[in-house]
Design a protein around this ligand. Structure first.
Ligand code: SF4
Length: 401
């Protein structure tokens, strides 16, 4: 457990479940909503932030992540109220990383300047593709020009730590088109780039078109999805290309200039405690995991007035509460830690669990090492996935379960 000033570190996640319109591939907990609903939700979220604080007095907040959905639908005033509630309720580190996810088409210079004043110091902008045809096929609300304008406004508003989210393996996408998106993105010089492959999720319009896992791709009137080989090629070329441009892969799908890795996400992979608030948000206070109820009406009613502070059980909106046993904690340590290219520390494992790592996972390590998917470094004190291991990470990580 990492500590600051003798206190446990805490990441705070605030979920904003609203979007202008639903993208065709998206199964996140988000939906369009009117201004009144958004305002009522911000009120309720501020109450939850205040109420949960009692349970985290022995923690120091190192990161805050306002995610969604589309947090950039909030006014600067609403963002300011949320962050003030965090600052006043918790022991807040002055140097905390405070990220807001934003979508092009919901931003302007004034809003961005207001976010900066509210204390946001990192933006994560969902571009996905630099090609308007691809953006349209995803059902995104923006075009590339709008993104460029918003990116420029963000820099002018003083944001010096920006992530750009990209997505490969899109319908009809060629390797050339993906590389062009990467080229254009890197040329802008953001500090961080996330590059994920499109996944066809059940219950989305894309799964109606392409079938579960894209199995029916190419059989109908829609542009086909890239096959597995092309998907893998895109992934490999991404790493090669971004490395040349000074971006280093520090996690399976995340690249950064040195010093700009996302501290909030690293907290997830290192199993630092985090508190998620807002509907559907997940939390972890070792060894317990839970989620907030996903029903918006229930959430708004639960936090409808100040009385929730005193009269209602703080656990009343917690769902899927699970206390991990020792074996599950060890498995998480490995599976989350190996997502990062620096891998896991074996002395840290011994310190946390009181048993040598190889005594627990020796056979899995031996098998994956023989297959060239796992390797030791720093005189045997660390273990990480090799480049080939990262390519087949789902298979490799499953060996530890
Ligand atoms: S903007 Fe993001 S969260 Fe909203 S619908 Fe699109 S993919 Fe989903």
């Amino acid at each position: 457990m990492e500590k600051t000033d003798g206190k446990k570190q805490l990441g705070i996640y605030l979920h904003i479940p609203f979007c202008k319109r639903k993208c065709l591939y998206c199964d996140f907990l988000s939906a369009p909503a009117g201004e009144e609903t958004i305002e009522a939700y911000v009120e309720a979220l501020c109450r939850q932030i205040g109420k949960e604080a009692k349970g985290f007095v022995d923690h120091k907040v190192r990161t805050v992540f306002v995610g969604g959905g589309t947090p950039s639908l909030l006014t600067p005033g609403q963002m300011e109220r949320l962050l003030s509630a965090v600052r006043s309720g918790y022991d807040f580190d002055d140097g905390a990383e405070v990220t807001a996810e934003c979508n092009p088409g919901t931003l302007d210079g004034e809003k961005l300047a207001g976010y900066r004043r509210a204390g946001i110091n990192r933006l994560s902008i969902g571009l996905q593709s630099a090609h308007d045809g691809e953006l349209e096929s995803l059902g995104r609300i923006h075009d590339y020009r709008t993104f460029l304008r918003n990116y420029d406004q963000a820099r002018k508003a003083g944001f010096s730590n920006i992530n750009i989210d990209l997505m490969s393996a899109l319908p009809g996408q060629s390797l050339e088109s993906w590389m062009d998106t990467l080229e254009k993105t890197a040329a802008l010089g953001p500090e961080h780039i996330s590059a994920y492959s499109l996944i066809i999720e059940e219950g989305t319009p894309f799964s109606d078109r392409y079938g579960h896992n894209g199995r029916e791709s190419g059989t109908g009137k829609w542009p086909p999805l890239p096959d597995e080989e092309l998907d893998r090629k895109m992934y490999e070329e991404t790493e090669r290309f971004l490395r040349k441009k000074g971006y280093f892969r520090y996690e399976i799908s995340n690249y950064a200039r040195p010093g700009y890795e996302c501290r909030h996400n690293i907290g997830y992979w290192r199993r630092t405690d985090y508190l998620g608030m807002g509907i559907g948000a997940a939390s972890f206070a070792d060894p317990v995991r839970w989620k907030v109820d996903s029903d918006l009406a229930e959430y708004l009613s639960f936090f409808s007035d100040e009385s929730c502070e005193d009269e209602k059980n703080p656990g009343g909106i917690r769902r899927e509460v699970q206390s991990l046993d020792e074996r599950e904690r060890m498995e998480e340590f490995v599976i989350l830690g190996l997502r990062m290219t620096e891998g896991i520390s074996l002395p840290l494992f011994l310190q946390q669990f009181g048993i040598p790592f190889l005594e627990v996972f020796g056979p899995a390590v031996k098998k994956l090492e023989t297959e060239g998917l796992l390797a030791f470094s720093q005189e045997g004190s660390r273990l990480h996935l090799t480049a080939r291991g990262i390519d087949v990470s789902n298979y490799a990580l499953a060996e530890f379960l």
